[in-house]
Design a protein around this ligand. Structure first.
Ligand SMILES: [Zn+2]
Length: 467
């Protein structure tokens, strides 16, 4: 569906705001809050939906319209930065630094979103609704928050005639929610073909967790992701001759065969690996009992198993000829993907069942929290979200497009620059996703700080020059 173009009045009001004089050259002005909220709200109106279901065709018109919208919403950025469109819908922006001796750094994000189930929403998820101090809609956090706030940060710095020393790349993918194969995978291939290696890559991750998010979490905490789980996606299929339900065969039905295997998976969870392999500062602040009993913590120390789909049968009175179940593991560092596949075969232990591996990925490399870029990001988080915020390195248990950048930088970190409470995480791919406008302002300030911080040649210095 074609999205409406921005009315001229909005574009001119955006321009007016961008060039408004500011008494404080460092902080993102609170008075701009409503204007940047409008930019995010308008970004949400584009239905840039990645379709998981192969039967539903992705409508790419909103993607093309979104790219055009960014040009209108961030005119100064577009006149100063070099933009390459990668594979039709992904974008790689380059802001050249004055000092070519410094390695560039990357801010990565994506603008596709997951589909919505309208039944659970109290507002139109693509309406661009602003109410009660929030921007509502699919993508308000995941991940148009980063697209808009990083661009607003660059636009603001440009308006203040800021000249970076270190080159910045802003890489925006268009299919993260379905694996990133046509987006960040291609951007990274392009970057690698140019021989570029980066000081740091900062991508989406887990939002800051408000105090009380978990039992035992008494301070608002940023889990700054330093590594990521791997995965195995596979399906298992049982087949049988079929026939009429009044004449059942002597052998088990494919549903019965498969049900036994599914039960075997669910009743034999993988134990945590013997050695934790990498330190996890976030996990280390909890007691062993808390780690074992709180699912959010338990996910971080073990490989999980989930049965996500089961398909069999066509009619109540017809015996099915096949039954298929789809199962996935999220593989914790310390476990070996191929060893898990072997274990699965032993668990199934039935020659009537065929196993097909759909996709697999080992756990990611580990980026050290002792590295200067980690410390720099940590400083920026504390500066914006509060000096009392705990910043801990930890394992990202979902996957991001950073998997394509392992050869580009040893320093890959993951954070979503907003704060969620205990109910908040569920809205990311669920109902009523929304972002507080105060958090959006903080996100813009956060990326301004990151950009300024990474321009310091010595990343160890504190950000005394930034409010
Ligand atoms: Zn995302």
């Amino acid at each position: 569906m074609k999205q409406q173009q921005q009315p001229t009045s909005l574009v001119s009001s955006i321009l007016a705001v961008s060039f408004a004089p500011s008494s404080n050259v460092n902080a993102y002005p609170q008075s701009n809050a409503n204007k940047v909220a409008l930019k995010l709200a308008n970004a949400i109106k584009f239905k840039t939906i990645s379709q998981d279901d192969p039967d539903i065709k992705t409508d790419y018109q909103p993607f093309t319209d979104f790219i055009q919208y960014l040009q209108q919403a961030f005119p100064v950025l577009h006149s100063h930065l070099n933009r390459e469109i990668i594979n039709n819908y992904s974008m790689l922006y380059r802001w050249d630094g004055s000092n070519p001796a410094l390695k560039p750094f990357f801010i990565n994000c994506h603008y596709d979103v997951v589909p919505v189930d309208m039944s659970g929403w109290s507002v139109d998820p693509f309406g661009g609704v602003i109410k009660d101090g929030y921007v509502w809609g699919r993508g308000s956090i995941d991940n148009k928050l980063i697209v808009i706030s990083a661009m607003e940060a660059i636009e603001t710095l440009l308006n203040r005639s800021y000249v970076p020393e270190r080159t910045l790349y802003l890489a925006i993918g268009h299919d993260e929610e379905i694996g990133g194969y046509n987006g960040h995978k291609m951007i990274s291939a392009h970057v690698q073909s140019l021989g570029i290696t980066a000081e740091m890559i900062l991508d989406e991750g887990i939002p800051l967790l408000q105090a009380g998010f978990l039992p035992g979490l008494n301070t608002t905490t940023a889990l700054l992701g330093v590594n990521e789980k791997g995965y195995v996606y596979f399906n298992i299929t049982a087949t049988a001759p079929g026939g009429h339900s009044s004449m059942p065969p002597s052998q088990q039905s494919p549903i019965g065969i498969l049900a036994k295997a599914v039960t075997a998976f669910e009743s034999n969870p993988l134990p945590p690996p013997n050695s934790t392999l990498y330190p996890n500062q976030f996990l280390d602040q909890f007691t062993q009992q808390q780690i074992e009993t709180i699912p959010f913590l338990d996910y971080m120390r073990r490989t999980t198993t989930t049965v996500t789909m089961f398909r069999s049968g066509i009619k109540p009175n017809v015996l099915p000829t096949t039954a298929t179940a789809w199962i996935s593991h999220r593989v914790v560092p310390g476990d070996d993907v191929d060893a898990i596949i072997e274990r699965n075969n032993r668990l199934i232990n039935d020659t009537r069942i065929k196993v097909i591996i759909d996709a697999k990925l080992p756990p990611s490399p580990y980026s050290s929290p002792a590295a200067k870029p980690f410390k720099a990001v940590k400083q920026c988080i504390k500066k914006i979200f509060g000096q009392d915020v705990n910043v801990k390195s930890g394992l990202m248990f979902a996957n991001t497009d950073t998997r394509y950048y392992w050869p580009v930088s040893p320093n890959i970190y993951r954070i979503m620059p907003c704060v969620v409470n205990s109910q908040g995480l569920a809205m990311l791919h669920g109902y009523n996703e929304k972002l507080a406008i105060t958090d959006l302002v903080k996100a813009v300030s956060f990326y301004q700080h990151i950009i300024r911080k990474f321009n310091n040649i010595d990343l160890d210095t504190t950000i005394t020059d930034i409010d």
